[in-house]
Design a protein around this ligand. Structure first.
Ligand code: CDP
Length: 573
């Protein structure tokens, strides 16, 4: 195995690892180095090979260690934090069912608490809960409605704080036909409300058509499936648009598109997704994610597809092994997860890879590159999963799945790819998160009381040095301006390549999300950035565009609006 000195961990990565990932003793002293952390994780995950007689677990351990310590592949945070420890809960994503009864609601609350405590995030559909003011038979009272119950989940999350290592994250979803839909859509309008929730409305094709044509649609009481009243779909859609313009929430989930792409329709209908919406799941399913660092897949100015293929193979083996050794926080989650064995392999560092290839993010070339890479990753991930299925057995719901119908003989995992936000693991890998553009080329980070540190993107720094325009003064000026677009010393082609998230037009963000979605089994985490002076009409256009381009959902962020993106929390290293 590599020696300690081979591990190239950045200063920020080390800070994040020390604060939240490396094991500590009871007095809070760190008792692990990053190298030991990767060894702990590799050993624990490779251990699953011992359950089968098809591989050498020690060789596998070395393979996993090389991929992680080389920062070529990293699993989601719970795996890094918990593998090989007594907790051993390794998944980031869960969906829990909420039944319309006090017993059902508080059972779900307890499940959420157990999941948060072990480091996972939870998505819920609140659509089955009867509306506000509806009858409650046993007490002859009136029902409180889903939005009131969400507040209880929010407070519980605040108190539990995911085992103290990261803030709890939830996704609250409500069907567009629920009678309380307007209250739900506007529920995060005011500061400080439901701060531990991202919220999304689940909209179907019928609603979208009615919205575009300004027609009425039916609201249905989920308790007795009775029609309650009609609303104008165009107006409801405008309420979503205006509220998202104001505060970033709600997002939209295109539920029909999600179910059209459901690989296991034989197992049920999908109603919800995890907190950052990249992982639609059936009730009680969990999923573990992992991401390949694309900046490590570039050789002599080109994508090294041989290396990418080999890292995909290692990653799928790793993520599938995780399921075998995972300590599930709830037995029902274990049963449901093991039926489908979903994994979510994705990528990070896409924007930095484009810079290395000198491709502007907002170009056809970038969209083509996105499609080419993701098609390749999904193709090879499926190939490995099919082979693992042959050796170790297919996921139990294989019969009746799309794979079965398409002539596959075996498949280990019902899904193989997902684009995660990679909020923290991209810091550990020292690259841009997921498929997002650069956040900044140079910025000033507040370190500790009053102390400020100038940080320059490493690719920009080396370009500036190579082109001869590097100076600390210039980097500070750029950090203050937040942009290089009006700096005379910098050439047009460099300005074009180093565009940051807010300099890229919203439509290109959506196009990029759609390009990736074409080749991803699950969904794509993407924030569509809009300038502060964007109008609600702009937001509407973006949402309609996402629907038209077959995205599975959409989240917008207007610069300066008060959105609290949950995973951005991870950046507070
Ligand atoms: O980079 P990292 O593995 O920490 O996570 P991510 O890719 O930013 O987020 C992946 C998923 O982890 C989210 O969609 C949530 O389901 C979960 N998560 C969470 O539960 N709590 C957080 N504070 C951040 C993420």
């Amino acid at each position: 195995m590599k020696s300690k000195n081979d591990l190239k961990i950045s200063f920020n990565a080390l800070k994040v690892l020390q604060k939240r990932y490396l094991l500590k003793d009871e007095d809070g002293n760190i008792i692990e180095t990053p190298e030991k952390m990767f060894k702990r994780v590799s050993k624990a995950v490779a251990g699953a090979d011992n359950l089968y007689n098809d591989t050498d677990a020690y060789k596998t351990e070395k393979k996993f260690y090389r991929a992680m310590s080389g920062l070529e592949f990293l699993p989601n945070s719970p795996t890094l934090m918990n593998a090989g420890t007594p907790i051993n809960q390794l998944s980031a994503c869960f969906v829990i069912y909420i039944e319309d009864s006090i017993n059902g609601i508080f059972n779900a609350l307890k499940h959420m608490a157990l999941i948060h405590k072990s480091g996972g995030g939870v998505g819920f559909s609140f659509s089955k809960i009867r509306p506000k003011g509806d009858v409650v038979k046993s007490t002859k009272g009136v029902a409180s409605g889903p939005t009131s119950f969400m507040k209880i989940f929010d407070v519980a999350t605040e108190v539990i704080k995911q085992g103290g290592r990261r803030r709890g994250a939830n996704m609250g979803i409500l069907d567009i036909r629920h009678p309380d839909i307007i209250e739900f859509i506007t529920s995060k309008e005011h500061e400080g409300v439901l701060t531990n929730f991202n919220i999304s409305t689940a909209v179907d094709d019928e609603f979208m058509n009615a919205a575009v044509n300004n027609e009425e649609y039916d609201l249905i009481n989920p308790r007795n499936v009775k029609h309650v009243k009609k609303l104008n779909a165009g107006k409801v859609f405008d309420t979503i648009v205006n509220t998202a313009w104001k505060c970033g929430d709600p997002g939209i989930i295109f539920i029909d598109e999600i179910n059209r792409k459901n690989t296991i329709p034989n197992a049920g209908i999908i109603e919800a997704s995890n907190p950052c919406a990249e992982q639609p799941l059936l009730n009680y399913e969990s999923c573990n994610l992992g991401s390949i660092n694309l900046t490590k897949m570039v050789k002599s100015g080109k994508i090294d597809f041989n290396k990418l293929k080999s890292v995909v193979e290692t990653a799928v083996h790793f993520l599938d092994n995780v399921i075998d050794i995972n300590n599930f926080p709830i037995s029902k989650v274990e049963t449901e997860t093991l039926k489908n064995r979903k994994i979510g392999l994705g990528i990070m560092g896409f924007a930095e890879m484009l810079i290395m290839l000198e491709i502007p993010y907002d170009s056809q070339d970038a969209l083509d590159t996105a499609e080419k890479i993701m098609k390749f990753v999904t193709y090879h991930a499926r190939k490995v999963s099919a082979e693992l299925g042959r050796l170790r057995g297919s996921f139990p719901n294989f019969k009746g799945s799309i794979y079965d119908k398409n002539g596959f003989q075996a498949m280990r995992n019902a899904t193989v790819t997902t684009i995660a936000p990679t909020g923290t693991i991209s810091i550990i890998a020292d690259t841009t998160s997921g498929i997002e553009p650069l956040f900044a080329v140079s910025f000033i980070r507040d370190v500790m009381e009053g102390e400020k540190l100038l940080e320059v993107n490493k690719l920009f720094e080396s370009t500036a040095k190579k082109e001869g325009f590097y100076s600390k003064e210039l980097m500070t000026e750029i950090a203050k301006k937040g942009s290089i677009q009006n700096i005379d010393e910098i050439s047009g082609s460099i300005k074009r390549i180093f565009q940051t998230a807010h300099e890229i037009s919203p439509k290109w963000h959506v196009k990029m999300q759609a390009a990736f979605q074409k080749h991803v089994d699950n969904a794509v985490s993407k924030t569509v950035n809009l300038p502060n002076n964007a109008s609600p009409e702009d937001v509407k256009e973006i949402m309609l565009m996402a629907y038209k381009l077959k995205c599975k959902g959409i989240t917008v962020y207007r610069y300066g609006s008060k959105k609290q993106v949950l995973y951005l929390n991870s950046y507070q290293g």
